[in-house]
Design a protein around this ligand. Structure first.
Ligand SMILES: [Ca+2]
Length: 278
């Protein structure tokens, strides 16, 4: 009996070390990957689960490549797409104009994420909250690619998406980038900073109707931190909107939203202090 138990353990640990058991990812948002894609989680079976993609990039000595990884921003294990350029961004949104993934979704769907991590998706407001609420500050990266493949970028530093009780209110710091600042400045006075999240089934916006339900050419706006209503909305599937950079006259093809720890706060590791002790 004892021997059988030992063999069983050896067999189990073999399965775990080969990654065969490690999948099931108890990852809470595993629905963002097909069963086939789940086999290609790049850190499957690893003992140490990083907090985010930056953590992973750093511990790999800047060698980690783009792809899907298991991360653990709080006490929940999730899967996320990591864009490893510039120190490891955790992607929270990707949309392609006229995406086959519908962004006209409910509160619950925006909360837990939808779409496909390797394609168009929303990571999930619960996880965006967990990522941006630290420890340490986070920043938000925006990447816009227009129909001529010209790319514009921007960063808000810091960023915080508050929890569900606060209706995932968006808090943004200073902006810099080549794209226009469409979240904290708008010539029409639509400010997205400090707004709560609105979906078609939960109206937290400042308009007399629900901004997420307003249609353009038959397509609703999708969930967003609406004011009354928008100077930017990256979740409208038929017209990606970012003031003068992306709109119905100047079409954008893709966008990404990503987060990573702020440069303003450097984490000091014990090893970094040793020199001071000499
Ligand atoms: Ca309203």
């Amino acid at each position: 009996m004892k021997q059988l138990g030992g063999r069983m353990l050896a067999f189990l640990s073999l399965l775990i070390s080969t990654g065969a058991l490690a999948v099931q990812p108890h990852a809470k948002n595993i629905h963002l990957l097909s069963p086939e894609e789940q086999k290609f989680i790049l850190n499957l079976g690893h003992k140490e689960i990083p907090r985010d993609c930056h953590d992973l990039w750093e511990s790999s000595g800047a060698q980690a490549r783009d792809g899907v990884y298991l991360i653990k921003p709080a006490d929940t294990l999730i899967v996320a797409y990591c864009a490893m350029q510039e120190g490891g961004w955790t992607v929270i949104q990707h949309i392609t104009v006229n995406s086959s993934v519908d962004f006209d979704r409910s509160w619950e769907e925006y909360k837990l994420g939808f779409g496909s991590l390797t394609d168009n998706h929303w990571l999930g407001n619960d996880y965006i909250h967990q990522l941006t609420s630290g420890p340490g500050r986070y920043k938000l990266g925006i990447k816009l690619v227009d129909k001529d493949a010209k790319t514009k970028t921007g960063e808000y530093d810091p960023v915080l998406v508050e929890d569900e009780n606060a209706q995932y209110r968006l808090r943004l710091g200073l902006y810099q980038g080549t794209a226009v600042d469409a979240l904290t400045m708008d010539p029409e006075n639509y400010l997205h900073d400090n707004q709560r999240f609105t979906t078609k089934d939960r109206d937290n916006d400042n308009y007399f109707q629900n901004c997420a339900k307003l249609e353009f050419q038959g397509v609703a706006g999708g969930g967003w931190w609406y004011d009354a209503c928008a100077g930017a909305n990256l979740n409208r599937r038929n017209v990606i909107y970012w003031q003068k950079d992306c709109n119905k006259e100047h079409l954008c093809k893709y966008t990404w939203m990503m987060v990573k720890p702020s440069d303003m706060v450097k984490v000091i590791r014990p090893a970094d202090c040793q020199r001071d002790e000499l």
